[in-house]
Design a protein around this ligand. Structure first.
Ligand code: AHR
Length: 495
């Protein structure tokens, strides 16, 4: 393959990467909470009943905003069921996933876990079967000083200081007919506007995420978002986007080109925000909160059959999935001007980078790209110009073999490069127009023996990131030769 030239300039940037783009999502679904982060009977349990092995693995991902408790679960959840003495909490029939919810893990346990992990709490209020008032009461429970009913309930439950939850999502996928309490856009918009007002009246410092279209394939895509944003006006700090992708056609090159359509989804959604802002003649711009994203298409087991912690959507990931996950992250970095929050859906067992089986734990392929980006996430996102060989993706169009993003942090330049070719290595030269590349501080490469290679409990290191010595610096430029189907993350010193 001919050389791909990546052209950068330190002044051509799109703004600082918001750390909250490296968020996660923990839903009461399947074995994400019970047997995932929380398993008091496990030999790995800590004093709060959390699994130390799971938390240690998640720590490596340095996640930020952690969305909870759903997802579809949120639309039938009444937060009061999950607070107070555990023995008195009700066991309920959970309708989103046809499971049984014992409510042994709730708001206070979740906030405690966030503190332990350094995560930023992010709660999804129930705007399906719940009321705006119930949502406002939850804000009081979490954020107000003692002295009024719900704040006093929190102190009675053992948390004297407020939990300080700043990020609140107004419902989940409310445009989907599968959602409990699904309504047309204008009805959701009225509900959301009322909730936002009462919630912000209770705590002015909170930030609100309006529920956007759940998928680009919905008939109401864009129209839903326009209606909701116009109704909510300046009360909407963010609007949500969701996206799950998969290799449905069994066509790896086209699958790897899906990044094009993620770029497009972000740009379309940002266009709606700007359109509404202009129409309303407002100074306030709503930003994007990509609060569910991942690969998900193989395991569609979604019926919990009346069990507690059933095995649901425990997707097993391979190398091509990991490269697609890297594609999402490239796209978020390239759109740092408008994507301010993003949540990998999810964190353990449910479509997750980590699986548990009894006391064992498995790190899946998609864990690695997240970790490689996350530890290099600080700085200004540069505008990458990629000049190199391309191919035609069947549904995703013209695509460069090399996908790229870059973050400049003072004199450190973080470069992320994916080679999407199945069989050819890709020589790449990194140019920074107004700087000289001086040295390679660190470089790691993720690859594996073929697109379908996956990790298993028996062979856990088939797809993994390893230190890479193949990046060289000469005449102020960095060069490397990326193996087929690989991701490189490197930190360079520039002067
Ligand atoms: O992440 C799994 C589910 O996918 C979420 O609960 C829902 O919001 C989406 O459809």
């Amino acid at each position: 393959m001919n050389t791909t030239n990546l052209h950068l300039h330190s002044r051509y940037h799109v703004g600082a990467v918001d750390p909250r783009v490296f968020g996660g999502f923990l839903e009461h679904m399947g074995r994400a909470v019970y047997e995932g982060v929380y398993e008091p009977k496990s030999r790995h349990a800590d004093e709060d009943g959390c699994r130390k092995d799971v938390l240690a693995a998640l720590k490596r991902l340095q996640m930020t905003a952690m969305r909870y408790p759903g997802g579809n679960f949120a639309s039938g959840y009444h937060w009061m069921d999950g607070v107070g003495p555990r023995a008195k909490r009700p066991t309920v029939r959970e309708l989103a996933w046809q499971s049984i919810e014992p409510n042994q893990f709730g708001t206070d346990e979740y906030v405690g876990l966030c503190r332990k992990m350094g995560w930023t709490p992010m709660l999804t209020a129930n705007l399906g079967t719940g009321t705006p008032e119930e949502a406002r009461n939850w804000v009081e429970y979490c954020n107000c000083p003692a002295g009024t009913r719900y704040a006093d309930l929190r102190t009675a439950n053992g948390s004297l200081s407020p939990h300080g939850v700043k990020l609140w999502c107004l419902g989940n996928e409310m445009d989907g007919p599968w959602q409990l309490g699904h309504v047309p856009a204008d009805q959701y918009a009225i509900r959301a506007q009322q909730a936002a007002k009462m919630m912000k009246d209770t705590d002015k410092s909170i930030e609100i995420v309006a529920c956007g279209s759940c998928s680009t394939g919905m008939g109401s895509y864009m129209e839903w978002d326009r209606t909701v944003l116009e109704h909510l006006g300046d009360a909407a700090d963010y609007v949500s986007l969701h996206r799950y992708v998969g290799n449905h056609g069994g066509d790896t090159p086209d699958y790897l080109a899906v990044t094009n359509s993620i770029d497009r989804q972000i740009e379309e959604m940002d266009a709606v925000c700007r359109f509404v802002q202009a129409r309303r003649k407002s100074r306030k711009r709503a930003y994007l909160c990509f609060d569910e994203w991942n690969v998900w298409y193989k395991n569609m087991q979604m019926d919990g059959e009346g069990k507690v912690a059933p095995h649901l959507i425990e997707e097993v990931y391979n190398l091509e999935d990991a490269l697609v996950v890297a594609g999402f992250l490239h796209s978020f970095v390239r759109h740092a001007d408008c994507v301010k929050i993003a949540n990998l859906a999810q964190i353990v067992n449910i479509i997750a980078p980590i699986l548990t089986r009894g006391d064992d734990l498995l790190v899946q392929s998609i864990f690695h790209p997240f970790e490689m980006f996350s530890k290099r996430r600080t700085g200004l996102a540069l505008r990458p110009v990629v000049d190199g060989p391309e191919y035609e993706g069947k549904t995703n169009g013209r695509t460069p073999f090399v996908d790229a993003s870059a973050i400049l942090d003072g004199n450190r330049l973080h470069v992320f490069l994916t080679n999407r070719s199945l069989d050819a290595s890709a020589p790449v030269c990194v140019h920074v127009a107004d700087r000289m590349v001086r040295a390679v501080e660190s470089a790691e490469l993720l690859t594996g023996p073929g697109p379908k290679a996956e990790n298993s409990y028996e062979n856990p290191d088939v797809v993994r990131a390893q230190a890479y010595a193949g990046m060289t610096v000469k005449d102020g430029r960095a060069r490397c030769d990326l193996p087929p189907l690989s991701l490189l993350a490197a930190t360079l010193t520039v002067g």
